[in-house]
Ligand binder design. Structure first.
Ligand code: AMP
Length: 463
């Protein structure tokens, strides 16, 4: 299986009943589409009951005018999904809607739990029935089965679950936003027209015309209800924001925990140019993932940058292709080299990361077939040597090319003239944040908490 990325969340608590609340969530999810392209959904509460619509595919494919018209209310939560636990099927799409002692509860989750298997076993032994194969339903079940008040149930649940979770919960009269105590995944609050908005990334606020208020703190529970906004901080632990949000996940126009993603990527490219200088004629980015780092590399090395690879903007991810043969074709469908620009030149090819090595090998070949004299690959993050258990579906370590090859063997496999990765120190320097506040386990294998055995994405399907 390919690696995949975390999900996206958007919630709105409106001061007044809002006829167009679902449409606003829809536009917000559109801005977060890069965080998940497998399925999407919106749930709305009119303070009496919860209605929802969800489906498989892109946001633009799932919701018709009628679907959005039908979802009226005072609060809403939305989700775009890329699976990390559980396959891509409609029953696994979110928000999940479950019953609890005071009515219905909708839940949307970004992240991945490391103890979902054990918790689900316990719950099943105590009579719980599960309808999905996701770890998110374990969270929903823990909260829904509690006899306590919703906030107490949430706190109790947070004491049991371990791993990455940014969460939105919606009961008939409350919207609750939660960020796990490590703060693995981002979550922030904005406001517009007297309403509150919560989103995975602040770019969603720009799209819907909301103003950024603040990031939600690791371990914080923020409640929006008729009394306004209140905050509870219950569990604290070492912060470990996912470094890959800066490397690849987040949009460059987002700011996470006060750090600009664009600045980070530019700096990573600049430091990469200092760490791995090369005599060349043209810097070419792998669009779009390498764009910003390539600008930083070009600005620092004074090697001009050109659009040597043109991306077909209508193509989805090569990542969703099932077989290696189709995946290989996928890169050609997505990228086309600009032969006139490349012919006879020594190229510096910049991308953000190499995962399995499929993409980069093919791009190097494309450039050479287009007449490039030399291709020097520069990667604006260190070699990925370890799987992620906190929201990136890297499946097994075996699939990661850098887990079993050193840099020189990877260079040979890519058929590149040289290969340079950003160092771990260089990556940390590029992010204006303390190293101790970041999870860099995919580059070091030093996980911020105990991890389960490998390859457990389909663990609930196998039962
Ligand atoms: P690979 O062919 O497996 O080496 O994939 C590397 C390409 O995938 C690079 O262009 C990255 O920008 C991109 N990439 C990195 N992380 C992810 C991810 N989590 N999901 C999808 N694509 C990714």
């Amino acid at each position: 299986m390919p690696i995949k990325e975390a999900c996206g969340l958007l919630g709105i608590y409106s001061s007044q009943p809002d006829e167009s609340i679902a449409r606003t969530v829809y536009y917000g999810l559109f801005a977060l589409q890069h965080r998940g392209q497998e399925s999407a959904g919106i749930a709305v509460s009119d303070t009496r009951s919860i209605k929802y619509h969800k489906g498989i595919g892109l946001v633009s494919e799932i919701f018709s005018e009628e679907d959005l018209e039908d979802l009226k209310g005072k609060m809403a939560i939305g989700h775009v999904r890329y699976s990390t636990t559980g396959s891509n099927c409609l029953s696994n799409a979110q928000p999940l809607v479950v019953k609890y002692h005071s009515g219905e509860l909708a839940i949307a989750h970004n992240g991945n739990l490391v103890n979902a298997y054990e918790l689900r076993n316990d719950l099943e032994e105590n009579g719980a029935m599960f309808h999905t194969t996701t770890d998110s339903e374990v969270i929903a079940a823990l909260i829904a089965r509690s006899r306590k008040s919703l906030i107490e149930a949430v706190i109790e649940c947070m004491e049991k679950i371990r791993g990455a979770y940014s969460l939105l919960l919606m009961s008939k009269d409350k919207l609750i936003a939660i960020r796990d105590s490590n703060g693995f995944r981002p979550l922030c609050i904005g406001s517009y027209n007297g309403s509150y908005v919560v989103a995975s990334e602040n770019v969603a606020f720009d799209t819907i015309g909301a103003e950024f208020l603040r990031d939600i703190e690791p371990g914080e529970i923020v409640v929006f209800d008729e009394n306004g906004i209140s905050s509870h901080k219950v569990i604290t632990s070492r912060k470990s924001l996912c470094v890959f949000e800066f490397v690849y996940f987040a949009r460059p126009d987002s700011v996470i925990d006060k750090v600009s993603v664009y600045q980070t990527r530019w700096k990573a490219g600049a430091i990469l140019a200092r760490e791995h200088p090369v005599d060349a004629d043209l810097v070419v980015a792998v669009p779009d993932s390498g764009n910003v780092a390539a600008i930083g590399f070009s600005d620092t090395s004074h090697i001009p940058m050109g659009m040597g690879l043109i991306k077909n903007r209508y193509i989805g991810r090569t990542f969703i292709q099932p077989s290696q043969r189709i995946r290989n074709l996928g890169v050609r469908l997505k990228l086309n080299p600009l032969k006139d620009l490349i012919n006879g030149k020594r190229i510096v090819l910049v991308d953000d990361s190499i995962v399995r090595g499929t993409t980069m090998g093919q791009i190097v070949k494309m450039l050479k077939d287009s007449g490039a004299k030399q291709v020097h690959v520069r990667i604006s993050s260190p070699p990925i040597t370890h799987s992620c258990y906190f929201g990136i579906d890297t499946s097994t370590r075996r699939e990661l090319i850098a887990s079993c090859h050193d840099v020189e063997s990877i260079r040979k496999l890519l058929d590149a003239d040289s290969l340079g990765y950003l160092s771990i120190d260089g990556l940390i320097e590029s992010i204006d944040m303390k190293e101790k506040d970041l999870c860099i386990a995919c580059f070091t294998g030093e996980y911020p908490m105990q991890i389960p055995r490998e390859g457990r994405k389909y663990l609930f399907e196998k039962r």
